[in-house]
Design a protein around this ligand. Sequence first.
Ligand SMILES: NC(=O)C1=CN([C@@H]2O[C@H](COP(=O)(O)OP(=O)(O)OC[C@H]3O[C@@H](n4cnc5c(N)ncnc54)[C@H](O)[C@@H]3O)[C@@H](O)[C@H]2O)C=CC1
Ligand SMILES: NCC(=O)COP(=O)(O)O
Length: 346
Amino acid sequence: MTPSSSRKAAPELPIIALAMGDPAGISPELTARLAADETVKRAARLVIIGDRRIFDEGARTAGLSPTLDAIDEQSPLADLASTPAFLDLANLAPEDVDPGEATPAGGEFASANFRHALALAHDGRVDAVCFTPFNKKAMRYANPGYDDEIRFVADAIGFDGKAREFNILESVWNARVTSHIPLKDVAAALSPESIIDELTLTHRCLQQAGHDRPRIAVAGLNPHAGDGGSFGMEEIDIIEPAIRRAREQGLEVEGPFPADTVFLRAVKEGFHAVLTMYHDQGQIAMKMMGFDSGVTMLGGLPFPVCTPAHGTAYDIAGRGIADLGASRQALLLAARMADQARKAGV
Ligand SMILES: NC(=O)C1=CN([C@@H]2O[C@H](COP(=O)(O)OP(=O)(O)OC[C@H]3O[C@@H](n4cnc5c(N)ncnc54)[C@H](O)[C@@H]3O)[C@@H](O)[C@H]2O)C=CC1
Ligand SMILES: NCC(=O)COP(=O)(O)O
């Protein structure tokens, strides 16, 4: 099947594969809302990947009936119109969804859609990938040993470089040295090298997003950034040496600053990103500042991969009240990054 010939092709817009996420929460509703969103249509051409019946359930929940062009594996994606295209994998029946429950079937559905989207990007048929939220428990049922999306992507496309989650607001980015590990393991995972690696990757990703001279603020680990060694030595032994070495390499980096005020300083002083030492050190601040617009971007991969920073929201599944803001921002960021990559000839 080819896209409807009555609709105009939009070759200047990036093509984004949108993988449907966990079916038991708000992902079907968000996917339908994205397909109907005029701002998204002006920024990107969507290839939605999932099950059409689950999508239709999401559209019903949202009270929408977005127009879609049905496509198949052979459809030439370069010819897509601005009307979203739907690639139906027919991989989950609505009666097999348990709303509000993490299940193996839900994890398999989300994994298959994501794997498909990644393959399209890996083959150069789409410019970027987005997904509506996954549930990590369901993903783990379907993929034993699953850590997070970074590991999943690396395995799916055979990527062995350095990649990491970034949490992104219009005002500031958050990068982290450690991510999905137990809090008790954080201090042991910090080293000058691991911090310099993250600073280098953050600098590169900020440049790819259009910030020519990125400035990065670094958080300490301990209360008051250790207060001169009174509450821990990681700042003196590990973080400060890393910052010194990063500066010698030409990066604009400052800190370590106390984690409880580093975001206030970053926004006030125009830093482009804050590097935190662990997940919640940054996520609490970011979600307080902009829960309805926060994006998680998997940076360092060969193509942009973005998703809202919020999760599957099982508690409001099927109620039609899911806020689209963060998912819309995820799409718009992926489109901007794909545009930048095109301009840079990547
Ligand atoms: N993009 C993704 O794939 C993400 C997935 N997750 C996963 O989601 C699952 C659930 O995570 P939680 O920590 O419970 O956080 P959550 O973000 O799903 O829910 C936290 C609270 O925010 C509300 N909420 C979230 N998104 C909303 C929206 N768009 N509109 C209105 N209210 C919204 C929920 O109803 C809930 O009260 C976990 O398995 C987690 O790993 C978490 C973050 C990102
Ligand atoms: N699925 C993406 C995801 O869970 C990212 O969440 P976070 O670990 O950045 O909070």
